[in-house]
Design a protein around this ligand. Sequence first.
Ligand code: ARG
Length: 257
Amino acid sequence: MNRLLLSVVALVALSASCQGHPEVEFPFGKIVNGEETTIDQHPYQVSIQTTSGSHFCGGSLINDDTVVTAAHCMQSYAASKLQVRLGSTNRNSGGELVGVRAFKYHEGYNSKLMTNDVAILKLSSPVVQTSLIRAIELAKEEPENGEKAVVSGWGTTCYFWCSSPATLLKVAVDIVRQYECASSTYKYGTSVSDTMICAYSEGKDACQGDSGGPLVSGGKLVGVVSWGSGCAKDGYPGVYASVAQLYDWIVNTTASL
Ligand code: ARG
């Protein structure tokens, strides 16, 4: 048997299955089928890392010392073991590295149901806002079904066998409101509950390592990357914590922490 041919066939098959649909180009897509972007396009985007520099979640700057992220991102490390990189397209260098004074995740966060998957993190010192580091406004109202949105992050470019890029990626998706996301149009059923909002575009999605990061629509933060069945699978939208549903908790916790 021709070993070279076999491994080429295997690689192509692996690449295709990673992308969630077989017709995409070789080798791998970006985020999942998004594209490279730069931090000036998403100046609210931050990378949450361990103090040894390993990125594990995204987040969004909402004022000069506050980051919104996912509750499930805040289950593994103490604040003293965390750092945040702001103002850089590359998660490993540039911009500013700031420590974390404290964080709090939602009292109603349920790791099985993934309800209330939101957390507030306070930076050890406020940042100076620039064109590369800028707070984003929270959406008070949920966007309409079908509205255009963008999700960004340093997460993996597919669910299996893909690594996290060093460069920030983004992908355009459409808003799917909770009632629609839990309907028979999609495949999740009742696991999509009312603190959640979804976003979908065939073959495009956030993925592992994008968690905690921003879903933005109409210039406002509407979602926090939370969960999904695999990534970019047909019929399975990306699921986000809904900023509008969690608005009061976010504002109150920001003020009190
Ligand atoms: N839980 C993942 C993380 O920790 C994010 C999952 C998002 N998945 C998706 N298909 N949109 O990074």
